[in-house]
Design a protein around this ligand. Structure first.
Ligand code: HEM
Length: 130
C-alpha cells in the first residue's frame, strides 16, 4: 500500500528560502519563457503598424526607440532571452542525462554568462538613450 503525507506545496513561494538551485532554474525558466511569449505578441503588434504605411511604421519605431524606458526594456529582453536559451540548452542536456552531477554549476554558469552578455550589450542598447 502506498503511503501519503502532506509535505505542503513545494511550489509555495512562502517556502522560497528552501528552494535549491534547480528550483530557481525552474522558476526563472518559466518566467523567461512566458515573458518571451508576451514580447512576441507586442512585437507582432508593432510590426503590424506597417499595414498603415511606411510612414506610420517609421513613426512607431522612432517614437518607441526615443523612449529611454523602451531601451532599458530591450536590455531586459536580451537578459530574458539569453538566460532562456542558455538554460534551455542546459535543460536539454539534463533531459538527456548528460552532466547531471554538475547541473547546479551549469545553472550558475548560465546566470554568469547571461550577466556578461547583458553587460556587454549595454553600450549598444543604451548609447544615446538619455
Ligand atoms: C534557442 C531558444 C530556446 C531554447 C533552447 C528553449 C528551450 C526550452 C526548453 C528545453 C523548455 C522546456 C523546459 C522544461 O523542461 O520544463 C522550454 C520551455 C518554454 N519555452 Fe523555450 N526555448 C527557446 C526559445 C523560446 C522562445 C523564443 C520562447 C517564446 C517565444 C520560449 C517560450 C517557452 C515557454 C513558454 C516554455 C514553457 C515554460 C513553462 O514551463 O511554463 N522559448 N524552452
Amino acid at each position: 500500500m502506498s503511503e501519503s503525507y502532506d509535505r505542503g506545496l513545494v511550489e509555495d513561494f512562502g517556502r522560497w528560502t528552501e528552494f535549491s538551485a534547480g528550483m530557481w532554474a525552474w522558476v526563472f525558466h518559466k518566467f523567461t519563457g512566458w515573458v518571451l511569449v508576451g514580447y512576441l505578441f507586442t512585437h507582432i503588434s508593432v510590426l503590424s503598424t506597417s499595414l498603415q504605411g511606411a510612414q506610420a511604421y517609421n513613426n512607431t519605431l522612432s517614437g518607441l526607440e526615443s523612449l529611454a524606458v523602451v531601451r532599458i526594456l530591450e536590455v531586459g529582453l536580451l537578459a530574458v532571452a539569453v538566460f532562456h536559451i542558455l538554460n534551455g540548452i542546459r535543460l536539454l542536456f539534463v533531459d538527456l542525462g548528460v552532466g547531471l552531477e554538475a547541473q547546479d554549476k551549469s545553472f550558475y554558469a548560465s546566470l554568469v554568462l547571461t550577466g556578461v552578455i547583458v553587460v556587454a550589450s549595454v553600450p549598444t542598447f543604451l548609447t544615446g538613450a538619455f
